[in-house]
Write a protein that binds this ligand. Structure first.
Ligand SMILES: [Zn+2]
Ligand SMILES: [Zn+2]
Length: 136
């Protein structure tokens, strides 16, 4: 099946990758690991199969961290700018893509909030906040 690649990269531009659809899932994850790793209330996680993911530049500049206590969870980041980067699940079947690192619209949106039980006590639904086009 022909599928157009969706490009992604880190903040400094050293690392580039691409994914193809179909996306297996796209979810906001509120687990404590995603809070720690993202530094914010939740992650925006896209899952694809391993063969739908490809580094296109700078793979050697990516550090992978395997959380010893986790079954699947890892992290990966650009050695230069620290941006979260995609990581292969420990069972090597999937890549977890931090949606904010995409350079193009995946033309899909999150379908659920998962691990809501652990959500940050300060979290407020974005729909409940005023929206400013730029900083205010
Ligand atoms: Zn970078
Ligand atoms: Zn999580």
């Amino acid at each position: 099946m022909e599928s157009k690649a969706i490009q992604g990269s880190c903040l400094c531009g050293a690392v580039h990758y691409k994914i193809t659809k179909p996306i297996i899932f796209f979810k906001y994850c509120h687990c404590s690991r995603c809070q720690k790793n993202s530094g914010t209330a939740h992650a925006a996680n896209i899952l694809v199969k391993t063969d739908q993911f490809q580094w296109t530049q700078g793979e050697q500049g990516v550090t992978r961290f395997e959380l010893p206590t986790a079954k699947f969870f890892c992290t990966a980041f650009c050695n230069t700018c620290g941006s979260n980067m995609p990581w292969k699940t420990k069972n090597e079947k999937y890549y977890l893509i931090p949606a904010g690192s995409l350079d193009e619209d995946p033309e899909a949106s999150p379908s659920a909030n998962v691990f809501w039980k652990y959500h940050a006590p300060w979290y407020k639904d974005v729909a409940d906040l005023p929206k400013h086009e730029e900083e205010s």
